[in-house]
Design a protein around this ligand. Structure first.
Ligand code: ADP
Length: 280
């Protein structure tokens, strides 16, 4: 059983002034923090907090795809594994993959396949791991946003980052970025992912019902929020590469100056030159 007993039966998710249970307005995101390069052993990594969601993403590759029969001679595979830790929700979640995590892994793999330059790395695999440490709705968006930063941290060539966000409907109002109570008791949730530079939508799902006008409104909210999230992703990468550059600078300063090898002198001319033909 999920921990929903604390919620009264007749719950008003948004009041007459347009304020939600957690104090946000309909068009407000939960606070987001992103840090890149948090794991030493992975090729790229990122840690993200999004409201009460906590997500870790790690990337390996491009590396030889295994099992070999999966290898594509024309391109790299982008393989994502989304996993929710048993301690990520109030009641212990049964460990291991379930239908939901297989579905989320698939849609995230497809979203990244649209931006990674897969043709450049035939027969290889780019492996993306998303571990949800704490879940409070919107974990696929949080995972995708973190994994995108981890891919860039790994130096995987991509057309752009992918940014993800969800909007839905609560108490008859279209609202951005639903939390767990809103997801449980709201009318609809619509996660999407976008390539901000081109505006291409690379993931779009819907749980519940929205009219066409509500859908447009929800997409407008998500696209607006994606611009803010994209800036946070870029900022995390800027901080990461500034610290890498600083570490390289410190390393260079610590190394003793290399001694110049002795310059080779040209061979000396022999004093007794052989007589020129004309002198003979
Ligand atoms: P998302 O996390 O992307 O919004 P869902 O809408 O499927 O995906 O899930 C909403 C929330 O429901 C999750 O973030 C999590 O808090 C909770 N949840 C999902 N699966 C489980 C589960 N097996 N056990 C307990 N809570 C779950």
């Amino acid at each position: 059983m999920e921990d929903i007993e604390h919620i009264p039966k007749e719950l008003k998710l948004i009041d007459a002034k347009g304020i939600r249970l957690d104090g946000r307005r309909a068009d407000e995101l939960r606070p987001i923090k992103i840090e890149a390069g948090v794991l030493k052993k992975a090729d790229g990594s990122a840690y993200l907090e999004w409201g009460n969601n906590k997500v870790l993403a790690a990337v390996y590759g491009p590396r030889e795809a295994h099992p070999r029969h999966l290898q594509d001679p024309a391109k790299a595979l982008v393989q994502c594994r989304y996993n929710m830790a048993p301690f990520s929700v109030t009641d212990r979640k049964r460990p291991g993959p379930d239908r939901r995590s297989v579905e989320i892994s698939k849609v995230i793999s497809e979203a990244f396949s649209a931006v990674v330059f897969v043709e450049q790395f035939p027969r290889t695999s780019v492996d993306v791991y998303i571990e949800v440490l704490q879940a409070d709705a919107g974990t696929r968006c949080a995972g995708l946003t973190a994994a995108s930063v981890a891919l860039a941290d790994a130096g995987i060539p991509m057309r752009d980052l992918v940014t993800s966000c969800a909007s839905g409907k609560i108490g008859g109002v279209v609202a951005l970025d639903l939390n767990k109570d809103e997801d449980n008791f709201g009318e609809a949730d619509c996660p999407m992912a976008i390539v901000p530079r081109t505006g291409e939508i690379v993931l779009l799902q819907m749980d519940g019902h929205l009219t066409a006008a509500e859908f447009d409104e929800a997409m407008e909210l998500s696209i607006g929020a994606a611009k803010q999230i994209y800036e946070l992703q870029r900022d995390a990468l800027r901080r990461r590469f500034a610290s890498v550059a600083e570490a390289a600078q410190r390393e260079a300063e610590r190394e003793p100056p290399r001694e110049e090898p002795p310059r080779e002198m040209p061979p000396e001319m022999p004093e007794d030159l052989p007589p020129e033909v004309d002198d003979l």
